[in-house]
Design a protein. Structure first.
Length: 209
């Protein structure tokens, strides 16, 4: 027999364990309101960043957990980008999770087959980003169908140490410009593809996935 006080202690312990999990559950509806300003750039297909010119990344179909990691890196300036720093530095953890849940929409699922053959320099990449461009862990970004010029920009930023990430920094050091171009072309051609958040707003998921 378990005594009444033991039951009470047990139930309180369970409540204490569950409560934080409930508090951190992402609320996509709240995220939709918070993400209103994001659409001005991420909602417009093929919208470009100026100086240097490259495409604003697609967030639709991305892993929500990765989007939160990325936002925290802009907030801490482990990734350089003035606008994204200004956006991220004011967000709470909960706000980041809610927005990520909304913006990612329905995440792309693994199981597609790779389109074409990975370039030679891509043999190591597939261990984490998959041959089909779907990150094998929620914290590993999906690259399938991402804008090629954004992938190039990101890889060059890791190589130059402007994006401070120990894993990708190590990966990018040995890549030549030609490798980077080939890898960007390869991953941007994978299907099903990431999409703009406007497509998520309209359809709830990336079309064609
Ligand atoms: C003025 C245009 C602009 C606005 C507004 C904007 N972003 Fe961005 N965002 C960008 C650009 C450009 C990048 C790529 C920066 C880089 O090179 O690292 C980016 C990168 C990101 C990334 C990283 C994506 C990846 O694949 O790593 C996330 C996540 C993100 N933005 C979320 C948001 C959220 C959430 C908001 C709204 C609160 C927002 N952005 C508002 C332009 C914008
Ligand atoms: C050990 C796992 C691992 C390997 C191997 C790996 N990556 Fe990554 N990659 C990651 C992680 C984790 C991130 C997120 C880093 C961050 O937070 O900035 C990332 C980020 C990226 C991004 C940025 C995506 C975005 O939306 O901004 C690109 C592009 C990329 N990787 C390409 C590659 C390529 C090309 C290779 C092979 C040369 C490679 N990766 C190898 C784990 C890996």
């Amino acid at each position: 027999m378990i005594s009444r006080s033991a039951w009470l202690t047990l139930s309180l312990t369970i409540v204490a364990l569950i409560a934080p999990a409930l508090a951190s559950a992402a609320d996509a509806a709240r995220g939709a309101k918070l993400a209103y300003t994001c659409q001005g750039c991420h909602g417009i297909p093929n919208y470009k960043n100026a100086y240097p010119v490259y495409s604003v990344p697609k967030l639709g179909g991305q892993h929500a957990a990765y989007l939160v990691v990325a936002l925290k890196e802009y907030a801490s300036q482990n990734r350089p980008h003035a606008t994204m720093h200004a956006q991220a530095v004011t967000m709470t953890d909960q706000g980041m999770q809610d927005m990520a849940a909304y913006l990612s929409g329905q995440e792309l699922k693994p199981g597609g087959h790779a389109v074409g053959t990975a370039p030679k320099a891509g043999q190591t990449c597939v261990a984490c980003h998959g041959g089909d461009g779907i990150g094998i862990l929620p914290e590993y970004p999906n690259l399938a169908g991402q804008h090629a010029d954004y992938i190039e920009q990101a890889l060059k930023a890791y190589r130059a140490g402007q994006r401070k990430n120990p894993v990708m920094g190590g990966m990018a050091t040995s890549l030549t410009d030609a490798d980077i171009e080939a890898l960007a072309r390869y991953y941007s051609s994978q299907r099903p593809s990431l999409c703009s958040t406007d497509e998520i707003r309209k359809a709830g998921k990336c079309p064609g996935t």
